[in-house]
Design a protein around this ligand. Structure first.
Ligand SMILES: [Zn+2]
Length: 195
């Protein structure tokens, strides 16, 4: 019998490519309560920007979310499908452009030796003594691959962070937050077991 990693119930079903989640948690039930249960702090913001190009106006909706996990882990990196496909908004636009150019010319890729993971995930800006051991964790790999398929994730300084954008609808905090929470839980568990 599988246990749901988010709520601990005994009827987890393997619904989300390798994640052991019960059906209610997979649908986003009690998301904030489950985060509190794991002592994970969530912060998020959404906003819209309107762009006009060749007389066509389009509105892009953005979501940024980050989850803090309690245990210290010495690992920092950006995970995406290529060099900084998802730069972090702490950088201003000039700094972000400079970072993207710099990464494009000097990609600092890291491979972990698992072909499925290495094919799906491009790791840039890898830092920290524990990064390689952390990335050998199957739960960490699964959560990162799910997040990369949706646009990337940044890890470091006690946070996991995502930024999503859409022109059709505001990206859902719960939908994107579930794999983000699973990554935070697996990283935090790694930190408690090795710290
Ligand atoms: Zn559950």
């Amino acid at each position: 019998m599988l246990t749901c990693i988010l709520c601990d119930s005994d009827d987890a079903v393997d619904r989300l490519c390798g994640f052991d989640l019960c059906a209610p948690c997979h649908m986003g039930a009690s998301f904030e309560a489950n985060l509190a249960r794991w002592s994970l702090e969530l912060q998020s913001k959404t906003w819209h920007e309107t762009h006009t190009y060749n007389g066509q106006t389009e509105t892009i909706s953005y979501l940024e979310a980050r989850i803090a996990f309690p245990s210290p882990v010495d690992a920092r990196a950006h995970f995406g499908t290529g060099p900084t496909s998802n730069h972090h908004s702490d950088l201003g636009s000039d700094a972000g452009l400079w970072q993207r150019l710099s990464d494009w010319f000097n990609p600092k890729d890291l491979e972990v030796g698992d072909p499925l993971f290495d094919d799906a995930v491009f790791i840039s800006e890898p830092e920290g003594d524990e990064l390689r051991r952390l990335l050998a964790d199957e739960g960490v790999q699964t959560a990162i691959m799910e997040l990369v398929s949706r646009g990337g994730v940044r890890l470091g300084d006690g946070w996991v962070r995502i930024r999503r954008e859409s022109i059709t609808t505001t990206p859902s905090l719960v939908s994107h937050g579930i794999p983000l929470a699973l990554l935070a839980i697996h990283v935090d568990t790694f930190g408690r077991l090795t710290g």
